[in-house]
Design a protein around this ligand. Structure first.
Ligand code: FDA
Length: 298
């Protein structure tokens, strides 16, 4: 029912997940996170763009972000979505845009994470990554999604590159033929993938708010005797902040995903869809609007 929810309500409910509209907003949030011993990765909002110039503008915005991160001494990388850089328009457009960001990051000793979007983009996203690595760019990482049945094979075929991988459950709606649907199945594959990545010597960003997976992740890195520099946990801005703070208090590294920008709608819908209390909030608001007077309005 979320797409039927009025945009202003989506904006209001999703406010906690987004740093704000401008780079200054993102910097303020990152500074606060860094002050609490947390790392960040900044995302310029925008995806599935319609015109090549929009994709080029997003790439330019990322280069500005990298400059600002350095100028302000922030501890933050960047995360990019291939469709924000034009993947759905033309592969080469996206490759050029991505390369310009990775080169800028390289000049500034920074790192670029390529987010993983829906399954129609997986092959091309991995191809972009491989091309960059083949060209000698080591400051780039990818994301693998535990809900995809192909993920263990992808880990195998990427192993020789020892990729820096963010492992997450996966957020897009995918058909059963290619993606596990059950909550426990996805959890089990997440842990299999985590072990396989660590077996291959990869640096892993364990990206989840699922307390069970966080606990298992902790146990797995502990059992392997990994130091805090050899992996990290990752969470989204505005989600399970207490759990994140606890990890930092225990000496683990935590990186928080900080999105900012004007194009907040698609990202907001995905976050609201995952918030277990959202149906209640929306129902309360809808009832409030349908039954004047119930929420003080008439
Ligand atoms: P799950 O959804 O089961 O959530 C566990 C618990 O966390 C919930 O029970 C709830 O308490 C809390 N929670 C989760 N989301 C919440 C919300 N929005 N509001 C309030 N509480 C919430 N996906 C993808 O397909 N491609 C990508 O590139 C990325 N990138 C990415 C980066 C980072 C840093 C993170 C943490 C996640 C992603 N994701 C992603 C999203 C990921 O695939 C997944 O959809 C979410 O992390 C939710 O899954 P969890 O593992 O947190 O479990």
């Amino acid at each position: 029912m979320l797409p039927a929810v009025p945009r202003p309500l989506v904006h209001r409910l999703a406010g906690r997940y987004i740093a704000g509209a401008t780079i200054a907003d993102a910097c303020r949030v990152v500074e606060a996170l860094n002050g609490r011993g947390q790392l960040a990765t900044i995302d310029v909002l925008g995806e599935e763009l319609a015109r090549p110039d929009d994709a080029r503008a997003i790439a330019a915005a990322y280069r500005d972000v990298l400059e600002t991160i350095e100028a302000r001494g922030l501890d933050s990388t960047v995360s990019v979505k291939p469709t924000a850089l034009g993947l759905n328009l033309a592969y080469d457009l996206c490759r050029e845009n991505l390369l310009s960001i990775v080169e800028e990051a390289g000049r500034r000793a920074n790192f670029v994470r390529i987010d993983m979007e829906d399954a129609t983009t997986t092959d091309e996203t991995l191809r972009l990554y491989r091309e960059l690595r083949r060209q000698g760019h080591g400051n780039v990482g990818i994301v693998l999604q535990a809900y995809l049945r192909r993920t263990l094979d992808d880990i195998d075929s990427l192993a020789d590159l020892r990729p820096n991988v963010r492992l997450c459950k996966g957020i897009y709606v995918e058909p059963e033929e290619i993606a596990f649907q059950g909550y426990e199945e996805v959890r089990a594959n997440f842990l299999r993938a985590l072990e396989a990545l660590l077996d291959s010597g990869c640096y892993v960003g364990i990206a989840t708010h699922d307390e069970r997976l966080v606990d298992e992740g902790r146990r797995i890195v502990g059992r392997r005797g990994l130091g805090p520099e050899e992996y990290e946990f990752q969470m989204l801005l505005g989600v399970t902040e207490r759990l994140g703070a606890r990890l930092v208090g225990e000496g683990h590294r935590l990186r928080v995903y900080v999105p900012f920008g004007e194009q907040w709608y698609a990202y907001s819908l995905r976050r609201l869809q995952e918030n277990p209390r959202m149906a209640g909030y929306i129902a309360a608001d809808t009832v409030g609007r349908l039954l004047p007077g119930r929420n003080g309005r008439s």
